[in-house]
Design a protein around this ligand. Structure first.
Ligand code: NAP
Length: 262
């Protein structure tokens, strides 16, 4: 199916690796021009080169910076001639015990995983509405539906974003102008971040990283971790011309791990 994205411009945040990079790749494969961001310049440039090789007709721009800062957001927005598609993403907050978190730790998590996507949405959706096309995807986490005790910072900050988006996506001056806003909730995806989490979890449980990973996979009905490429493909589908009636949703990609009906 032609997703109708040829020639559109996407700003894909936190996209030198993992899920963000896979979203950028899926969009480039659809002929979409992209601005990708990340803090580390070397990996970002490497990813940009890889993406350019996929389709020489597509423009790929790389803007380095911490997307949780106003300066990096301004630079990313300035690099993108028009934002038709916004993929909000950033690293997840660290695990821990809430007794150890002071106000500064909470504010950092809220900044990266709630206020940054809201700022970027604020900077882009009215122009999308004026043009009659816009797609915003927020990469959040399965922890929004089934909180993970050690990820309290993520549970809290991402739930704040989810509540805000639920209201915003339903505004008729956006939904009525073909601007959709949806959240993609990853379960366990095979990325660098997952490998780090598995190594830390294994060390805590007295298991090797592979033993711990096997235990984790066994608890997922699909019996495997998701691949970043399949996450990117779903993201591109949600950004498609055809997905204009799908808004305000929380879409869980977890191989069936969430046990609830809704
Ligand atoms: P990853 O493999 O570690 O990749 C993270 C990417 O984001 C890298 O390109 C990184 O580059 C960039 N990045 C991180 N913080 C940034 C910042 N402040 N500003 C700009 N770029 C930044 O992680 P992932 O697995 O793709 O995870 C993406 C998001 O999904 C995270 O929020 C994570 O918590 C969430 N998630 C992932 C899973 C999973 O199983 N993978 C499950 C649930 C939720 P630099 O380090 O160079 O900036």
């Amino acid at each position: 199916m032609d997703l109708g994205l040829n020639g559109r411009w996407a700003l894909v945040c936190a996209a030198s690796k993992g899920l963000g990079a896979a979203c950028a790749e899926a969009l480039v494969r659809e002929g979409c021009n992209v601005v990708i961001t990340a803090r580390g310049m070397a990996a970002l440039e490497e990813k940009a080169t890889e993406l350019r090789l996929l389709d020489p007709a597509v423009q790929v721009l790389a803007v380095a910076g911490d997307i949780a800062t106003p300066e990096a957001r301004a630079a990313a927005l300035a690099a993108c001639p028009q934002v038709d598609i916004l993929i909000n993403n950033a690293g997840g907050p660290p695990p821990g015990d809430f007794r150890d978190w002071d106000r500064a730790v909470w504010l950092a998590a809220i900044d990266a995983n709630m206020l940054t996507p809201i700022e970027l949405i604020k900077a882009t959706v009215d122009a999308m509405a004026a043009r009659g096309f816009g797609r915003v995807i927020n990469i959040t986490s399965g922890a929004v539906k089934a909180p993970i005790d050690v990820l309290g910072l993520s549970n809290g900050a991402r739930s704040g974003l989810t509540g805000f988006v639920a209201g915003l996506a339903r505004q008729s001056n956006l939904a009525g102008r073909n601007v959709t806003i949806n959240n993609l909730l990853p379960g366990a995806f095979d990325t660098e971040r997952l490998h780090k989490t598995l190594a830390a979890g294994g060390a805590k449980a007295g298991l090797s990283s592979e033993e711990f990973a096997a235990r984790r996979r066994a608890g997922i009905p699909a019996q495997r971790f998701g691949s970043a490429a399949e996450f990117g493909a779903i993201c591109a589908m949600l950004c498609s011309q055809q997905a204009g009636y799908l808004t305000g949703q929380n879409i869980l990609l977890d191989g069936g791990a969430y046990p609830g009906v809704y």
